[in-house]
Design a binder for this molecule. Sequence first.
Ligand code: PAN
Ligand code: ZN
Length: 186
Amino acid sequence: MNLIATPSLFSTGQHLQGKEIERISRRIKDLESIFSDKKAYAALDAERVVYEVESYLPVPNNTEGGLFYGITTIKPGTVGNEYFMTKGHFHSIRNRAEIYFTVSGEGMLLLMDEKRQTRAEKMTPGSVHYIHANTAHRTANTGDVDFIFSAVWPADAGHDYDTIARHGFSKILVKQNGTPTLIDRS
Ligand code: PAN
Ligand code: ZN
């Protein structure tokens, strides 16, 4: 007898439907440490949503050999001249890699190694990005509409936000003459 199981999850590209979905919203008030222009930050509505993450967590956190899947939506906007972006993190287990896949909109992926060398990759619909082990990663929306990408990462990777909250990335992504530009942090 053939056993045919229905999948437990359905993706519309932008949203996940099913069980074991975790939804997180990050608002201006949650992102105090990440933006450089403190005056511009203070002038924004604290409740404004900057990004949302829907994650499919089919196995318990920290399961060795397990995988998680997530869709991130970053709203368009800037704080001063810095684009709306994610907190950014290293994985707690540093040698855990990750793959990002761009769904829609346009953005940039900032990658920083443990020597604090930072570079960026342009993210456009269909682009696939391999985030190597030992590499901090952050994404920014450089367009005028929602920027949406999906991600797959090991269930035991964990998120080390603290290192980035304390030391930041060595470069920031700003809008200069209308163009996304990576500059050294002053
Ligand atoms: C992604 C990120 C997501 C939000 O799923 O967690 O884009 O970014 P922050 O976690 O930095 O707020 C991922 O990299 N998971 O490992
Ligand atoms: Zn990650």
